[in-house]
Design a protein around this ligand. Sequence first.
Ligand code: A2P
Length: 339
Amino acid sequence: MEPKQFKVAVVGATGAVGNLMVRVLEERSFPVGELKLLASARSVGKTLPFRGADMPVEELTEDSFEGVQVALFSAGGSVSRKFAPVAAGAGAVVIDNSSAFRMDPEVPLVVPEVNPQAAFSHKGIIANPNCSTIQMVVALKPIQDAVGISRIVVTTFQAVSGTGKRAIEELRLQVSDIVNGREPKREVYPHQIAFNCLPQIGPFLDSGFTEEEMKMVNETRKIFDDPEIRVCATTVRVPVFYGHSESVNIETRKPLSPEEARRLLEGAPGVKVVDRPAVSVYPMPIDAAGTDDTFVGRIRRDPSVENGLAMWVVADNIRKGAASNAVQIAETLLDGGRL
Ligand code: A2P
């Protein structure tokens, strides 16, 4: 019998994440029988490479999803809100990278290493979590399972690629302008991002937190299916192209030594422990970029609380934090016989 092949659509295929979704489908040999690349009318006429062929980009319309079985969306919340129900209505399983449906109780929020079974309860749409949440829960899952986690304090150092391709270009241009003595131009971020750190990702809420920070709080609770877990996040944009880093402090419900935590992490799916401080070996974004793993290092006791641990967690934000996680969700459905 011929192995089953699927008609797959990528919505936002010309964007930073969408482009990578196409590459990850190819790299991971997802059984794509037919591929539809969708973007705005601006991109009609462009092509993208897939398995050695130049594939045309088509305009996203209400009729784009006929016969599509898997639709990967990464074109922003408003496109998802409008077209994800259209795709699901046409019979596709939508895996949506925007935040539009993440907290919808009817929509599973899935990280395959953490809560794969949640994917099977979908009603047409599955949400891909926020990039910073994904890498944090991958690293914390073995500890949550072993001893429980009561509180997380996290500070992120987030790459500009998470904002999209215009932000990647903005950092490149600002660096070039500044080193050449020209005035840097600002369009995407409220301040200069080159040689700077911005403690704001997304709009501020009345509480003083940003939307990005509250995504980490609410999504972590949903993915761990633990409304009790207390999370305090500070999210910071830094002048890095690819790879988010996180300083994570946790309080566990039962005691866990750094050595035990390291052992648990070494056996965890999707995790690579990189932790030899004596020789300055620890995770860094330049090493994580281009990979699908979540790297954990600097694992140590946090002596300021009982049962405290501190660690440093790094992953490629547009691969594991977005495109690869989305394709892995599709693989989870496939392996579970749900496609
Ligand atoms: P386009 O390139 O045609 O503008 P990024 O997050 O890197 O900025 O990419 C956003 C992606 O979402 C791009 O592929 C972009 O297509 C796509 N996109 C944005 N708005 C729309 C829209 N209204 N309809 C379809 N695709 C859209």
